[in-house]
Design a protein around this ligand. Structure first.
Ligand code: COA
Length: 390
């Protein structure tokens, strides 16, 4: 039985900053951000969007009645969750009107959570072929104003339906993973920004890639030649390219050209959204599928997932026969076209705004947020959500 990605949706907030202007404001050469880091724009979440609403908005339009009847598991990968106890998946389950006979759980391992969710979903479907699993990867990446990580922030979510007989990507059985307890990036429960040893995390990202790539080749008997493209976890678009370059000499000239060309295409959305942590790998897959005109059904895509701390995984899948017909290119094109640029001063003002933590009530103005699902405020420590279009 083939199991894999049946649908893939995406959402990012409607506000962004231009990285050239951020560079000017921070007194660095714009080329450092646009070429050295490889980011052009960075999504900024208003207070009316949090990881719950981003995920719900990513899934909302792609669900139909058949999905609602068959989804019996909601797995939410995030590293910027809103509660230490309650799973973000439970809020989304309600906001999307899913049936109550379902499991809803949050998974955490830095940027790796959604990959674990996909593999767990695969096992669930192998035992329950009629089930569908909704996997959500949603985050707001915050390193802090004026920090080295600031240029690698972002906000957004990817929603995936995992099912039997998938219409987008059939996952291969071979998958390999690797865990090692290291401190390259972490966020203690008392901090709303991440701690990171940037250089060390870059080195580990590269080393884990080499590690799992070697394991994958051995387990699958495949080589670089079998990969039409490789998608990478993408904290910033230059990062995956550095990892890819480590193995390019295993291929001939045609392999090298193909993989580098597809890599560039796979950065299209990430370059304009920024780091969305758990969703970054899947946003790069979405960029590739929606933007590469020369990619055919039957092609094999490699996927490298990395979550600091650290867990790495390499897996692959084969594009389904009519995958292109099952994408939401127009919707995503519209999402980007309707975004609004804000100034650096507005972004800084936005960055320091938070919901009250003293139990007081705050009502937010959601009229300026075009998203269907928004945070409307907080009362007695409980976030309030609405779907405007219901
Ligand atoms: N034109 C073009 N490139 C330029 C440049 C210019 N004017 N100025 C600098 N650069 C290049 C540098 O050469 C470097 O490229 P290289 O890595 O290929 O050598 C790149 O821009 C970044 O410069 P660097 O000085 O290393 O940046 P930094 O120390 O300010 O921080 C990170 C970069 C990624 C370490 C930092 O943003 C960070 O900590 N991010 C969060 C952690 C992260 O994303 N980790 C990834 C693994 S999950």
């Amino acid at each position: 039985m083939k199991i894999g990605i049946d649908k893939i949706g995406f959402y990012t907030p409607h506000l962004y900053v231009d990285m050239n202007k951020l560079a000017e404001a921070r007194g660095v050469e714009p080329a450092k951000f646009t070429i050295g880091i490889g980011q052009s724009e960075m999504s900024v979440a208003p207070l009316t969007q949090d990881p719950v609403t981003l995920a719900a908005n990513a899934a909302l339009d792609m669900l139909d009645e058949t999905d609602r009847a068959h989804i019996d598991m909601v797995l939410f990968g995030t590293e910027s969750g809103i509660d230490h106890s309650k799973a973000a998946a439970v809020y989304v389950h309600r906001l999307l009107d899913l049936k109550p006979e379902a499991r809803a759980v949050e998974l955490k391992q830095a940027c790796y959570g959604a990959t674990a969710a996909i593999q767990l979903a695969k096992g669930h479907i192998a035992l329950n072929p009629d089930s569908k699993v909704l996997v959500l990867a949603s985050d707001i990446a915050r390193y802090g104003l004026n920090t080295p990580g600031e240029s690698t922030q972002g906000a957004g979510a990817v929603a995936l339906i995992i099912s039997a007989n998938p219409r987008v990507l059939e996952l291969d059985d071979e998958t390999v993973y690797y865990t090692s307890d290291i401190m390259d990036f972490w966020r203690p429960v008392y901090s709303n920004t991440a701690y990171v040893d940037g250089k060390f995390s870059n080195e580990q990202y590269m080393a884990f890639f080499k590690q799992v790539w070697e394991q994958y080749k051995e387990k699958s008997n495949r080589s670089i030649h079998d990969m039409e493209a490789i998608c990478f976890h993408m904290p910033y678009t230059k990062m995956g390219l550095k990892a890819l370059r480590q193995i390019l000499d295993e291929g001939n000239e045609a392999d090298q050209q193909r993989l580098q060309d597809h890599y560039q295409t796979s950065t299209t959305y990430n370059r304009n959204v920024g780091n969305i942590y758990t969703g970054s790998l899947y946003l790069s897959l979405l960029s590739l599928l929606e933007q590469a005109e020369n990619i055919q059904s039957g092609a094999r895509i490699g996927m490298y997932s990395y979550g600091s701390g650290a867990v790495g995984e390499f897996f692959s899948g084969v594009l389904a026969e009519h995958f292109r017909e099952n994408l939401y290119l127009d919707r995503h094109r519209e999402l980007f076209a309707e975004r609004k640029e804000i100034s650096i001063a507005e972004y800084e003002e936005q960055f320091v705004k938070t919901l009250p933590t003293d139990g007081s009530t705050l009502e937010l103005d959601i009229t300026k947020d075009p998203a269907s699902i928004c945070v409307t405020g907080i009362t007695e420590h409980m976030r309030q959500y609405t779907n405007k279009n219901k």
